[in-house]
Design a protein around this ligand. Structure first.
Ligand code: GLV
Ligand code: MN
Ligand code: MN
Length: 408
């Protein structure tokens, strides 16, 4: 094997401490914080070390361009990469695995003497998780024109920092117009590859999904002197709504989660005046998703009537179903399998319930595909997220094999 192994291992060891919590072992790599800024510096260094040309668009997306002498600059480029940010207390692999693998794949292509006939670019999309400003895949949405800068520049983070004060914003050069296809390598976020006994899989599509903010308004009061029957407690409305979400999702075989909640004034000896909670809902069809969210909202309103509270529901970011480009997915399977039909049959093509920048690009008309790397725990968005080194290296090889074919 080539030097892809040791290079990847060194790179992974370099990234391991950045943004890691000593307490949980998880990662806090929120966009434009110190940890994520360090990762941006690392990305620039990787680009410079390889003689790649670094660009940053006005939305914070980083792009490193490889334009080999044999490449026809008029041909649309092949884009690969992923993101560097994490959820709060997330895993090491979701995002950075795709970026690190992309740099190592370029090294492998060069070692193999592959003559690229079209340019290649490596991207690190900004705020993919939406962990700071609440909009998933914010960087890719802005670059693809799927979100307007004027609609998001006033978003604030939990400390009141405004997005527009961190980024120059649009209007921007539509650099994605020069991209012919996108290939994102990503850690698998379930156990399908374990069940298939396969280190590498290919994505078929992404479930429709979204985030809805529930604002529950009640009346703050004394926890001791206010009789139970005299309260308007939004915490009760919230508690019943969270249970309703779980029940609706289980009945329908879909997914619904309240993972974030803010309580005001958040004091032990006060009845809360306001609860704000975010529903993350995902389903195998847009109709199922709409029906599930509507059922949860109906139950929240019914409970609010009993509690004397008010409910307001706001859709914050909703993504339609994505079917990845089928011919490209077939091509990726063929290239990873070395055109051996037996091997190709052992590469699973899987749907995913997780959102990705590749879904945004596909929806914007850029043929996109994803490679998944096996995750034996199946855990993701948590410190236990993991991919064995041998599978990560298989991922780098698979990415390099695929890029070698796409660059012809
Ligand atoms: C992104 O990882 C998401 O699916 O929330
Ligand atoms: Mn994620
Ligand atoms: Mn991701």
């Amino acid at each position: 094997m080539s030097s892809g192994g040791p290079d990847f291992e060194r790179m992974w060891a370099e990234l391991a401490p950045v943004g890691r919590s000593a307490r949980s072992g998880g990662y806090f790599r929120q966009p434009w914080t110190a940890a994520e800024t360090e990762l941006r510096g690392w990305f620039a260094e990787q680009a410079r070390d390889r003689g790649l040309v670094l660009d940053e668009d006005p939305f914070g997306n980083l792009v490193a361009w490889w334009r080999p002498a044999d490449a026809d600059p008029a041909r649309p480029a092949v884009l690969t990469g992923s993101h560097l940010d994490s959820v709060l207390d997330g895993g090491a692999y979701d995002g950075p695995l795709g970026v690190a693998s992309a740099f190592c794949a370029v090294d492998l292509l060069r070692e193999r003497g592959i003559r690229a006939r079209r340019p290649l670019a490596i991207a690190a999309f900004a705020e993919e998780e939406g962990s700071r400003f609440g909009r998933a895949c914010l960087g890719s949405r802005l670059a693809a024109g799927a979100a307007a800068w004027t609609d998001v520049r006033d978003l604030t983070d939990r400390d009141g920092v405004r997005l527009g004060d961190l980024l120059p914003g649009g209007p921007a050069e539509p650099w994605l117009a020069g991209i012919g296809c996108y290939l994102e390598l990503h850690v698998e976020q379930g156990r399908a590859l374990v069940d298939h006994d396969a280190p590498i899989g290919v994505a078929a599509g992404i479930w429709p999904h979204g985030r809805w903010r529930f604002d529950l308004q009640g009346r703050a009061d004394h926890a001791g002197t206010t009789r139970m029957e005299d309260r308007a407690d939004p915490m009760l409305t919230y508690a019943m709504t969270a249970l309703a979400a779980n029940k609706q999702a289980r009945l329908a075989g879909q997914r619904a989660t309240f993972g974030r909640v803010e309580v005001a004034p958040n004091g032990t000896n006060a009845v809360p005046g306001r609860v704000r909670a975010w529903l993350d809902a995902r389903a195998d069809s847009a109709d199922e998703l709409a029906a599930m969210v509507a059922a949860i909202e109906t139950q929240a309103r019914a409970r609010a009537d009993r509690d004397g509270t008010r409910v307001e529901v706001t859709a914050e970011s909703v993504s339609d179903a994505v079917a990845f480009d089928e011919p490209l997915a077939r091509r990726v399977v063929g290239l990873v399998a070395g055109e051996d039909p037996g091997t190709a049959r052992r590469i699973p093509v899987l749907p995913t319930q997780a959102g990705h920048d590749a879904g945004i690009l596909q929806a914007a008309g850029i043929p996109s595909a994803m490679l998944f790397v096996r995750n034996p725990t199946g855990v993701s968005h948590a410190p236990e997220e993991f991919a064995p080194m041998a599978d990560c290296l298989a991922g780098v090889e698979a990415l390099a094999d695929t890029l070698a074919g796409l660059l012809q």
